[in-house]
Design a binder for this molecule. Structure first.
Ligand code: UGA
Length: 442
């Protein structure tokens, strides 16, 4: 089937590549000319494992093309996915102007039936606004449908997630729209045997915000428990394992750390809270989730400050800039919280990240980067771990100790074992794991 995807960010590009890989004929549209030029030269604007090969393969096979024109995209296919950004706008609510513009331009250019599918994360009932916009800009009485098909892929494992989703959620209200979407997803549903859920559009839209908010809540919950662990001598890894084996709770997303980041959780939790406020229900539970997330970072900063006492002129090796391993994305990454503060306090920073350096440098130019974690740690007064890259997990601890000026490791991702680190002579501070600490009753 012919499909147009508007927006070539993580979601749009991965979706476009995936659809072409399963045999559809896809046109990806983006108004960023330089991005489209790059894509036409088969250069990827983002790092995502397996994406480049898949794009190259499908472009060569003639199933994937790129354009800057929504008009061209509207003429090309009956089904048009909207995968443009919905960044935080005025007062933090999701900015829907890009979504609106796609609706408008499709309406202005369509000559026959079109199905417009919301792939971007949108506020519940965006479909109503989209329909109103379409109706306003349509010249003739041409039929169209709007559907919602939220994306659940994770950066770093997006390709795998696209082919093996836990479920596919489709919000649709006409038989024609439902049929088209079933046809598109049929190969994935057949091969992965995942659940294919059809529901009303508002439910599909809401599912996305509810899912991301729930996951963020799980992380903040375990981070809150980690604080209690630190005050009582309990170990958060053991507690997380103990509760995670209960199938009703589940093992995943129970890793305590410096808090969640990325382009989705912070923005989506915020947008969901605002939506609740707007309809008259205060999602206080999520406000607390946000507070815990920020507090976790402040808490790690205090640990670093406590160990170093004075930060000025101290050499700090920061390992990891991306918001999680497997991606070069630094949006809302913990590094963006720590590094400006450390610079302000006149610490001397040495940075390492295997792929996020370029993106970080665009935000904070002129900092010193090193090729390997060990080179980065050489002569440092302390190490700060912010992303659990395999290169960090596999660090040779003997060598690490040898290269450091002072063996202080502040680990925001619980990469190492506290007992072993202490045995090896490190001053090791991590999250929710302070074995042997007596109960603090204050
Ligand atoms: C998230 C969701 O997991 C996807 O299902 C969703 O499709 C996506 O947002 C989106 O809305 O587009 P992503 O932002 O790529 O995916 O990253 P996650 O793997 O969910 O991690 C988010 C953050 O939580 C990271 O900073 C990670 O380090 C942190 N995290 C995750 C923890 O601190 N602890 C955990 O146990 C799990």
């Amino acid at each position: 089937m012919k499909i147009t995807i508007v927006g070539t960010g993580y979601v749009g590009l991965v979706t476009g590549a995936t659809f072409s890989e399963i045999g559809h004929n896809v046109m990806c549209v983006d108004n960023d000319e330089s991005k489209v030029k790059k894509l036409k030269r088969l250069e990827m604007p983002i790092y995502e494992e397996g994406l480049e090969d898949m794009v190259k393969r499908n472009v060569k096979a003639g199933r994937l093309s790129f354009s800057t024109s929504i008009k061209e995209g509207t003429e090309f296919a009956t089904v048009i996915f909207i995968a443009v950004g919905t960044p935080p706008g005025y007062k933090g609510e999701a900015n829907m102007s890009y979504v609106e513009r796609v609706g408008r331009e499709v309406a202005e250019n369509m000559k026959s039936y079109r199905l417009l599918v919301e792939k971007s994360t949108v506020i519940v009932n965006t479909n109503q606004q989209l329909k109103r916009t379409m109706n306003k800009y349509l010249e003739d009485d041409i039929p169209f449908d709007v559907a919602s098909n939220p994306e659940f892929l994770r950066e770093g494992t997006a390709i795998k997630d696209a082919f093996h989703p836990d479920r596919i959620v489709v919000g649709v209200e006409s038989p024609q729209g439902a049929k088209l979407l079933r046809e598109i997803y049929e190969p994935i549903v057949t091969s992965s045997k995942c659940e294919y859920l059809e529901m009303n559009i508002a439910s599909a839209e809401l599912t996305k915000h509810a899912a991301n908010s729930f996951l963020a809540m799980k992380i903040s919950f375990i981070n809150a428990v980690s604080r209690i662990c630190e005050m009582t001598g309990a170990d958060i890894k053991q507690v997380a394992h103990g509760i995670g084996l209960d199938e009703r709770i589940g093992k995943s997303f129970l890793y305590a750390g410096v808090g969640y980041g990325g382009s989705c959780f912070p923005k989506d939790v915020d947008a969901f809270i605002r939506m609740g406020d707007e309809v008259g229900y205060s999602l206080n539970i999520l406000k607390e989730v946000q507070k815990i997330n920020i507090n976790q970072r402040e808490h790690m900063m205090r640990k670093l400050q406590h160990e170093l006492w004075v930060l000025e002129d101290k050499v700090i090796a920061v390992l990891g800039l991306a918001f999680k391993p497997g991606t070069d994305d630094v949006r809302e990454a913990p590094s963006l919280y720590f590094i400006p503060q450390l610079l302000e306090r006149k610490a001397k920073l040495k940075l390492w990240d295997p792929i996020a350096r370029e993106k970080f440098d665009q935000i904070h130019p002129g900092l010193s980067y090193f090729k390997t974690p060990l080179e980065c740690c050489k002569d440092a007064d302390a190490v700060l771990i912010l992303t659990e890259w395999p290169e960090v997990r596999n660090l040779d601890l003997k060598k690490l100790k040898d290269v450091l000026k002072v063996p202080i490791v502040i680990d925001g991702r619980n990469v190492f074992e506290p007992v072993e680190m202490e045995k090896r002579g490190f001053i090791y501070k991590c999250v929710g794991r302070e074995p042997g600490k007596p109960i603090d009753k204050k």
